[in-house]
Design a protein around this ligand. Structure first.
Ligand code: ATP
Ligand code: MG
Length: 577
């Protein structure tokens, strides 16, 4: 491909709308253009990257016995009503009506449609296990589409669904996918980590893992052990309890204390001269039409995912408004506590709260707190469970080692669903004895377009993108420094043709531009290799090979140059294979 013919509009300026590096570089390198918020057009070079990621995914899915299908994007509402998710999905689902007023959605995911398919086609245990997948656009009307391809409203996903006869066999399929995912991201040249995850709205009881590309711009926080293999999304992360000593300054004190204007944990601790670990943090939540009191130690943060799981996932839980708290408990949120409640409210306490020797909490009265309150005596929680965020430095739940924190971009997630969907959609098979049994399912997603963004977040410098060879739009660019010297041009064209013949994906910069302009564009787009043909070196029969990642250059005899490029490309492509 000749650069003069290529639709590759590069930009010198950083576009104002782009907050993260990957979004900035994708716009600047001419890989994508925005059509609407969270909706993008892929230009030729961007699309080549997508196709390469897709191909790696395809090969690894096929290697595990996956069969590619194509499911409809437009899906009838009835199926979603049958599974109960038409209402659960909420405003994230893009809904539409046809001319007969029938309801449809644009698929945010495909469990319903594929389960219905398998229900209709699979009769016998002999047809199982079955691994079906597709690569296509998904639609989610995200509340905050942002960061370019990272969080789009239309995005490309690979989704595979596994169908098995029992939990054991389902676990085998799950492990196959876990292994395939590790291969996919390794082959894409990414640094990643598989972490234990919360299954969220997709659901299922058999466990879930997320695959995180480690990068500062990541929206997710992950916790991992420095001594063993334990790693989890913070939403899911657990740790060993670490009891704290009681507060001497509270000894012997009891009852109400006047704490004017102290609404935050910080203010109360300072005013009373006690440690934050001696305070009880009490938050009021509302779910459906009920109120809940959530208690954690003063120095802790509430983990809403854990709270949701403990209290039931379909409560639409949210923090109560100050006016709602005032109405039901008769005081401002800052002075709420679990003792002597005016209303019958469900109390959920974190594990650590049950261990506190004597705590300070709100007195449910403006400007007052209570001293030395003890869980189990002064108030009795309806439930005691792990409800808090784990922080770096705490102890690993598996080995007691020190936990660390990192940021990650979720590029894939796998779910062991059990019978969640087969039960509601009645997907069954007949076993050897002719008995009807429920199918066990798993689902496995890879964000293909997000993976492209994540790759850039992890591989860039001040001049542009540094593509890992396996997903680079082209492997090499040939740059003649001038078009005025016929010998330079002839050599460049010859090398370009030769590289093509060797099967190297190569671009020829035939533009009549200054070398500086060509080099800048090549660095920005991120071609892993650049072969430069200059007048001086040519007189000695040499050309220059430039490695984008290391920025090192090498002078090579012309006769050897193409083979060396080919060898470098081949060796980098074989990584992880
Ligand atoms: P997130 O928590 O980031 O919203 P999710 O957990 O809802 O994602 P899944 O249902 O697990 O997403 O989808 C599988 C994969 O699809 C994700 O791991 C992610 O890589 C990708 N993905 C999900 N939502 C988006 C989006 N809005 N834009 C781009 N990729 C996405
Ligand atoms: Mg996910």
């Amino acid at each position: 491909m000749k650069v003069s013919q290529m639709l590759n509009p590069t930009l010198r300026e950083v576009p104002a709308e782009a907050e993260v590096i990957s979004h900035q570089l994708m716009l600047r390198a001419g890989l994508i253009r925005k059509a609407a918020a969270g909706i993008y057009t892929y230009l030729p070079l961007g699309w080549r990257v997508i196709r390469k990621i897709e191909q790696i995914v395809r090969e690894e899915m096929d290697a595990k016995g996956g069969q590619e299908v194509m499911l409809p994007i437009m899906q009838p509402a009835e199926l979603w009503k049958e599974s109960g998710r038409w209402d659960v999905y909420g405003p994230e689902m893009l809904r539409l009506k046809d001319r007969h007023d029938r309801e449809f959605c644009l698929g945010p995911t495909h469990e319903e449609i594929i389960t219905a398919l398998v229900k209709g086609e699979v009769r016998s245990y002999k047809q199982l296990p079955l691994l079906l997948y597709q690569i296509q656009n998904k639609y989610r009307d995200e509340r905050r589409p942002r960061f370019g391809l990272m969080r789009g409203r239309e995005f490309i996903m690979k989704d595979l669904y596994s169908f098995d006869r029992d939990p054991e066999s389902c676990q085998v399929s799950y492990q196959k996918m876990y292994d395939a995912y590790e291969r996919v991201y390794t082959r894409c040249g990414l640094t990643f980590r598989a972490v234990e995850a919360d299954p969220g709205a997709i659901g299922g009881t058999g466990g879930s893992h997320e695959f995180m590309v480690l990068a500062e711009a990541g929206e997710a926080a992950v916790v991992f052990c420095s001594d063993c293999s334990y790693a989890a999304n913070v939403e899911k992360a657990e740790c060993l309890p670490r009891p704290v000593a009681g507060d001497d300054s509270l000894k012997g004190k009891q009852g109400e204390v006047y704490t004017p204007g102290t609404k935050t944990i910080e203010e109360v601790a300072n005013f009373l001269g006690v440690k934050k670990t001696s305070l009880l943090k009490t938050l009021v939540y509302k779910g459906d039409d009920r109120f809940f009191l959530i208690l954690v130690r003063g120095d802790r943060e509430i983990n809403e995912v854990k709270v949701n799981n403990v209290l039931g996932p379909f409560l639409n839980l949210r923090m109560a408004e100050p006016a709602e708290v005032q109405a039901i408990l008769g005081c401002e949120p800052g002075f709420v506590g679990p003792v002597g409640l005016k209303a019958d409210i469900f109390i959920a306490a974190d594990l650590e709260v049950a261990e506190m020797k004597g705590a300070v909490c709100g007195a449910n009265k403006k400007d007052y707190h209570l001293l030395n309150v003890v869980c189990g005596q002064d108030f009795v929680p309806n439930i005691i469970a792990d409800l808090r965020m784990v922080t770096a430095g705490e102890s690993c739940p598996k080995c007691g080692g020190k936990l660390k924190e990192a940021r990650g971009i979720e590029v894939g997630q796998i779910f062991n669903l059990g019978t969640k969907y087969s039960e509601v959609l009645k997907a069954t098979y007949l076993d050897e004895k002719g008995q009807e049994k429920l199918i066990y399912m798993g689902c496995y997603g890879i964000g293909v377009s997000r993976t492209m963004a994540a790759a850039i977040e992890q591989n860039n410098d001040e001049d542009g993108i540094i593509w890992p060879m396996p997903i680079a739009p082209y492997h090499c660019i040939v740059v003649p420094v001038t078009l005025k010297d016929p010998q330079v041009v002839a050599t460049a064209e010859k090398l370009y043709t030769e590289l093509q013949a060797l099967g190297v994906e190569v671009v020829y910069d035939d533009r009549d531009e200054r070398p500086g302009v060509k080099f800048k564009d090549a660095d920005l787009v991120g071609y892993p290799l650049r072969l430069t043909i200059g007048q001086k070196a040519l007189q000695e029969g040499k050309v220059e090979l430039y490695y984008r990642r290391t920025r090192k250059t090498e002078l090579l005899p012309i006769v050897q140059a193409c083979q060396l490029v080919k060898n470098t490309v081949d060796s980098e492509l074989s990584l992880g294979k």
